[in-house]
Design a protein around this ligand. Structure first.
Ligand code: ASP
Length: 455
């Protein structure tokens, strides 16, 4: 609440989330959402579904133009191609490092807890056939596909790595063209600002959309499954929280010296968006805004590290894979041994590079890991029922990792405004003010249009 008694957007979104959880639980536990019931048809899969999906669409709509224009501005803003190389190298190394630590601790925690030991094997065969593995792209293919044969198609398909590659190249070429390209660069800067305004417009409806998304997700969850998989869920959530609050915060403190508590407070908005959409990609606009306006990371770093992280950095997903591997191996009484687990770590880290941050992709990566170490793929069917909820939580961790690494890299390149980072109010959104059109501006615009007409 601010001095004028107005609620901040974060508070409103959190309220929407809380109410969504409450209503979803009510529907789920009372059975009000039975198949063909009014609640299920018109509310959960009607109104909530429509509002929620429209909101996710709106977020996705922003991603490609936002990444394109902000990267061009970022590259032109740096003007130093060597720094670009350094930012790329550092963020890649940190993303891989944190993912590897994430999965290693997850395996350790799960092994100590001994989840899945002595579980009834029949359960697994019941679950068989419910999951059919989809192919994850091979690493060589991922490498080749970084260079798009058709940039427009890459944009149309939202393929992040080729979009990043093309945008950087456009920026570099603009620099090489020099003075003649000046108006183009200015245009890109204006376009970037316009996109950031659009982010605000979309964020302004978030409290309602988040309410709808969460109410639907919780209402549709198999809560009864939660109990039968309590061990798996508990260990997974513990490992996720450990990574978020301990590993990532220690990494932040160690590499940048910044205050982790400030980070945790300010990242909340992006986490809630990630939780409700279960997609790091769709959350890019919000992560980008949080990192630049709330943390003070310069756009020249954030424009690259955020979309890059959404694509290649998946700490939460890696943790799920570690816990799931131990769980399924125990259920089937398979001893993977030290090399088996090392393979799991390596495969998970590599798999995260080639797969985009969209809902449910973690399971595809998991099937790749299972194939590699010889665990039965149908075992994945066992954890399918709770995966939606786990996806929401791990995506929030994924996005936190992206923001932490962006901040560390910016600090190391002297591209972080420490005053902004330490200012609790910096970048807070007062939506009514942020999307208010000034009377004077309106008149000026009308005048400008009239002048062009008269010419
Ligand atoms: N939903 C996750 C993300 O977007 C990926 C996954 O774990 O399925 O980051």
């Amino acid at each position: 609440m601010d001095d004028n008694g107005k609620m901040s957007l974060t508070l409103k979104v959190l309220l929407g989330m809380g109410l969504g959880i409450a209503l979803g639980l009510l529907f789920n536990l009372t059975g009000l959402n039975a198949k063909d019931s009014f609640v299920n048809v018109y509310l959960v899969n009607g109104l909530f579904h429509v509002v929620g999906t429209m909101f996710i669409n709106a977020l996705k709509m922003l991603v490609v133009p936002l990444v394109f224009f902000s990267l061009i501005c970022g590259v032109c803003g740096i003007g130093d191609i060597r720094m670009l190389g350094r930012v790329g190298g550092k963020s890649f190394a940190l993303y891989m490092l944190t993912t590897a630590i994430a999965i290693a601790t997850a395996i350790l925690i799960a092994a100590i807890a001994g989840i899945g030991k002595g579980m009834n094997l029949n359960l697994a065969s019941d679950a068989a056939d419910k999951f059919t593995a989809k192919e994850a792209p091979s690493l060589v293919q991922v490498l080749i596909d970084i260079i798009p044969t058709n940039p427009i198609r890459a944009m149309a398909n939202g393929e992040m790595l080729p979009i990043i590659f093309f945008s950087i190249l456009v920026g570099i070429s603009m620099l090489l063209v020099g003075r003649k390209a000046k108006s183009f660069i200015e245009g890109a800067e204006i376009a970037n600002e316009i996109m950031m305004k659009m982010v605000l417009i979309v964020m302004s409806v978030a409290p309602y959309a988040v309410f709808a998304l969460i109410a639907k997700a919780i209402s549709n969850l198999g809560l009864d499954l939660l109990a039968s998989l309590a061990g798996y869920v508990l260990v997974l959530v513990t490992a996720l929280m450990f990574h978020l609050f301990v590993t990532l915060m220690l990494t932040l403190k160690f590499f940048s010296g910044l205050n982790p508590l400030t980070f945790l407070k300010k990242i909340r908005n992006a986490q809630v968006f990630a939780f409700s959409t279960a997609s790091s990609n769709a959350t890019i606009p919000v992560t980008m805004r949080t990192v630049t306006e709330r943390f003070g990371v310069n756009n020249s770093v954030a424009s690259f590290t955020v979309p890059f992280g959404a694509t290649i950095n998946m700490d939460g997903t890696a943790i799920m894979q570690g816990v799931a591997t131990v769980f399924i191996a125990n259920v089937y009484n398979i001893d993977l041994g030290f090399t088996g687990y090392l393979t799991v770590i390596l495969m998970s880290v590599l798999a995260s590079i080639g797969t985009a941050g969209v809902p449910g992709v973690g399971l595809i990566m998991l099937s790749m890991v299972f194939t590699q170490v010889g665990l039965p793929i149908e075992g994945i069917g066992l954890i399918l029922g709770v995966d939606r909820l786990m996806d929401m939580i791990r995506t929030a961790v994924n996005v936190s990792g992206d923001a932490a690494v962006s901040t560390i890299v910016a600090k190391s390149e002297d591209k972080l405004d420490i005053a902004t980072y330490n200012d609790p109010e910096a970048g807070m959104v007062d939506v009514s003010e942020a999307i208010h059109i000034d009377e004077g501006v309106k008149a000026e615009m009308a005048q400008a249009i009239k002048q062009t007409h008269d010419k």
